[in-house]
Structure formats: C-alpha cells, structure tokens
Ligand binder design. Sequence first.
Ligand code: ADP
Ligand code: MG
Length: 682
Amino acid sequence: MSLAQYPVDVLSGVGPQRKQHLEELGISTIQDVLEYYPYRYIDYRVTDLGEAEHESQITVQGKVYQTPSFRWFKKNSSRLSARLDVDGIMVQVVWFNQHFLKDKLIPGKTIMVSGRFDRHKLEILAKRTFVSEAEQEKQAGRLEPVYSVNANVQINWLRKLIEEAYRRFGGEIGEILPSTLIEEYRLLPRATAMYYLHFPKGQQEGHQARRRMAYEELLLYEAKLLYLRRLQKTEIEGISHRFDHEKVEELVSQLDFPLTGAQRRVVDEILDDLQASPQMNRLLQGDVGSGKTVVAAIVLYANYLSGYQGALMVPTEILADQHAESLRAILRPLGLTIVSLTGNMRARERRDTLSQIQMGLADIVVGTHALIQEGVVYRQLGLVITDEQHRFGVKQRALLREKGSNPDVLFMTATPIPRTLAISVFGEMDISTIDEMPAGRQPIDTYWVKIDLFPRIVTFVEKECQTGHQAYVICPLIEESEKLDLQNAHDLYEQLTLELSPVRVGLLHGKMNPAEKEEVMRAFSENEIQVLVSTTVVEVGVNVPNATVMVIYDADRFGLAQLHQLRGRVGRGGGASTCVLVADPRSEQGNERMRVMTETTDGFEISRRDLEMRGPGDFLGVKQSGLPAFKVANLAEDLKIMEVARADAALIVNDPEFGSKPETKPIYDRLQAEGLNSKSFD
Ligand code: ADP
Ligand code: MG
C-alpha cells in the first residue's frame, strides 16, 4: 500500500475535527504528513560570539559571573539579568517573566542560553535557558524544525504527529528517483533525506537533504509539465488555420505605428502556430507597455479570417471594457463584430450576448472568467487569448485549453521572467518574448518619498495637470480589511478634490458596480477626470497614454511585480513620466523593494531581483507572479538544479517506456496519482 493511501486519521489523536484542521494545511494522508517539511530551523548550536550578527538568534554557553539582579514590575512582570562570561567575553543576559530561574543562576555555574543578540549592547534577550548539564547536553547543537501552521494546529502537536508518522510509517518510504540519477548526483536516499529534514542532524546533512529533496521536487514538477506537453502534442488534434496572409499584412500596414522588431517576430511565431495542426499552447511575455494588445489584435484577425471565433480573457471588467474598445478601434473597420461578456451583466443583456456568440454573430468575445463558464456556447472557437496570464495556475491553464474543440491558446503576461526560468516554470508551453519597447518611450523617473512630503506631491500633481497631463493616485492598501481600503480611498479622494480644485478628481474602487466603473474609466481616458484616485483595481493592463504621474501610497506593502504593473500605467505615451512611491521606512524587505524600483524600470531585471530577495519558504507574492510555490526548492537559489532537473525529466518523460520501466515507474505513478492526464490536471 502506498503512503498516499493511509488517511491521516490512522495517527493517534486525529479525530474528525483535527482531520479537518490538517486538511487546511493540505495534509490528508500519511504521505502528506511525511512530506510536510519545515521551512526553517531554530539553531541551538553554540554560536561564536565574535561572529554573531546584530539581531540574530544565537545560542551561547557561558559561566554566570555574579549574582543576578532581579525585580518585579507592574503586576506579575519580572526582569532578571545576569552577566555571563562566554569564553572571556562578558555579555549581559536579560530574562523577562522567568523568575523561576532566579535561584538557579548561581555564580560560577555554566548555563546555555538562546535568544536574540544585541551586538551593540552586547546583550542577549533570552528565550530559552538550559541550566542542568543533562539538558545542555541534549539540546546543544540541535536544530529545531519550524513548520508553518495555522490557528488550529499547534506546532508542538504537529511535531509529535510527524514523529509518530515516522515511527510507524518511515520504513515504508520508498525511493522514487532512478538509481542512475541518485548515483550520478550522489543524492541521499529518499527516506534518509526526508528524515534529516524533519529531524536535522547538522549543517552538512541538512544541506544534503535539502539538495536531494529540491532536486526531486523540481524533477517531478518538470516531469509533470513535460508529460502534459507531450500529451498535448500527441493526443490533442488542434486546428490548422488557413487564412490570407496578405490581408493580415494589410492590417499591419494600416496601424498607427510600425511594429517593433520584437512584435513582428512574435506575431510570426504565433501565426505559424495557428497554421500548424497541433494545438497552440504559447506564452507571450513582454514587459509592461511593450505592446502586447496589438499583437493580440493581429492574430485574432488571422483567426477570424480562417473562419473561427476568437476570445480574449482578462482578469478585470475594466480591462475587458478597455480591450473591447482597443480591438474595435483596430478591427471594426475590417468588418469584425466584437462583444464583451462579464460576470455582472444584466440577465437580458447577457442572454442577448450569449445568443450572439452561439449564433456566430460575434467574431470576437472579450471578457472576464465569465468567458469560460458553463452556458457559454461558442460557434467555432479557434483561438483563446488570456491577458495578464500571471493570475492563472497550471490547472486553470489546462482547463482553458479544453474549451470548445481544442482552440489554440495564447497566454500573455506582463510579468516577464528570465528566459531560462520561463522555460522551466512554464515548461508545458512554447514561449515568445517581446524584449523591445516601442521607439520614443521616455524613462519613468521614480522617487521614493516619505509620507510627510504629501503637500509637495499635491503641488507636483497639480502642475502636471496644468500642462494637460493626468495622474493616478493609488490608495493605501490594507489587506486585512476591504472596508478600510474603501475608507482610505474615499478620504483621499475628498482631500484631493479640495486641495486640487479646480482640477477634476475621480474615484475608482472595487465595490463600485460595473457601470459606474466603466463610466469613471471612460471619463478618465477622455481626460474629463484628470486625477484618478483608485484602489488597485487599475493594477493590470489599463492604458491611458496621457497619464504621466503615478503616485502609490504605502508602496512598501506591495510586491515588486505589482509595483511594476502599477508603474506601468504611466510612461505609455510620448511624455516623460514620474512615479512617486510613498512609504515610510518600515521593513527591510519593503525598503529593498523601494530601492529596486528606483533603480530600474526593466521588468526582467525587477523579476530577477524579486526572486533573489525571496527567502526559502517565503511564498509571498507567488500568486502575484504566477510562479509555483515549492516546498523545498527555491526558485532564486535552485535555478541551476531546475535546469538540470528539466533536462533529466525530458529524458525520462520522452522514453516510450516511461510508464512501465521499473526505474521510472514510481515517477509515472506519482504523476498519475495527481490526476495527470490530458483532461484533468493540477
Ligand atoms: P502592454 O504590452 O502592456 O499590454 P499595450 O498593448 O497596452 O502594452 O501598449 C501600450 C501602448 O503602446 C499603447 O498605447 C499602444 O498603442 C502603444 N504601442 C504598441 N505597439 C507600439 C509600437 N510598435 N509603436 C508605438 N506604440 C505602440
Ligand atoms: Mg496589456
């Protein structure tokens, strides 16, 4: 029996309630328990004081130098402090609310203390103290695993659970990598590596264990993508589009501008895919403002010429409206009918639109997720394009391809990542990259200012408006509460309306109904509104080239990808643009993001820095960027491993005997167990 077949409640103390709580952590089987790895360790190895960093967690062993001083304060609070002689260095150790230690700290006695080190004061704020020799012996050098838990699952309980799972099932952990690879890379056996991750021995073992499991994780991930890719290419019959190339070129020549070389190249790549019979599954990445929309318009036109309907899917309704407008401007003169379909349409309007789609009266449908919901029947869907793809996971990408009769699919993303990484992370797709900006773009000057500069920002915005330009002001983001977000937006809107008068200020937020949003966006794009105060609903894709100022409040609370997106709303026309990041220095990570933003406007560079800054286990922002969240592997550090894993996975997956050879069958089985076939895929 495989470990994935034992439900977690075979462990002691797991009843229906706890089972539920564990499920919230993604744990439902013994395999899940054993593969629930710690994201860091508390280090009880004795630190060399001379090298310990300020504010780091350290553990020291030393002699109590004199009788400690002790006092009570407030009610039930106490402070105990003593000097400790650590190999000749005198450090002050402070304990709060640990009065029970008072009588144990006898001068001359050797104790072990771990806590936070203040290098400047040579002081340790003690968290754990080990007084007896036996305890010190046991604890010294230990690394204690820290697991991510939630309000319902206590870490100590989880540790016990994992211990029990190991005791009872550890012996059944089997190898899944082929022995050739294990030998080639000198990898630890699977069971050993997993054991070391949960019950770490030392630095060396920990490193080896991590290396082994990171490789395995990436290999499985790559195998999954490549296998899916193979299924698509061999099992799915796509459409061979036939269209008149000259007509397409006519459209290109009628545009307001010549295509950039990069746009031209990716248009050709996509047109080739359209004509070929396998189902297209392509990612188009291009930095914010690189001109992806017109590429979409051109290839949608080719699709139309070959007799098929096309769909353009976007994450927000604002974007849907805007894209429908852009496509109409380009394609309506050529006789195409473009309709929008969004979630919040009135019943009647929706019915009409649906029948237009079904009868084939609509040539191109633009909309939100509503596009792929049941009840939408296409006449002949030949091409589906999604804009701002980074919001979809692998599963959604796969589902999309199953719509209609295997239409060609193009994903567009403005969160570009370095090509080698893109190939690994989006490996089930072909990749096109727009790596060139339209000519004449001016760089966006970016400033990081503190909140007390608000009056100067107001003056600056006012000046820009007087020269005929427009500005966005993005509101403080308060993740915990949508209500507060709204409040902030309202307050800021009112304040700016007053201070900027007679400049016309508008307000946009997610709680407005679609008609209201549409009206505000229309007014802004026609310069009836000059300053748009908004929550992050304008984040993706919005295009108002006359806007030259982007002010972002609480900028340090946004991830780099999002900041880059927001900033990308300006600098889209010929005018010089400015981005003002308003953030008081707060967290080191936040400050670092501000620095990156002021140093570069290159999306590829920003994504590289973003990856570098993410520590292991820090999955913040992963959703934003569309990058997968790994348990052990870390995209920033393990890129080399990922490339190797991809090459190995290709050999494994492309072997016709992949599923039957004893060496690779475990990998195959694992993919199957995850429901991997061309129809359902996670
Ligand atoms: P994104 O790639 O961020 O979606 P858009 O497609 O919205 O970018 O294009 C940004 C702006 O650049 C639009 O105003 C568009 O008309 C303009 N644009 C696109 N391609 C070119 C080009 N080759 N030359 C000049 N301007 C262009
Ligand atoms: Mg766009």
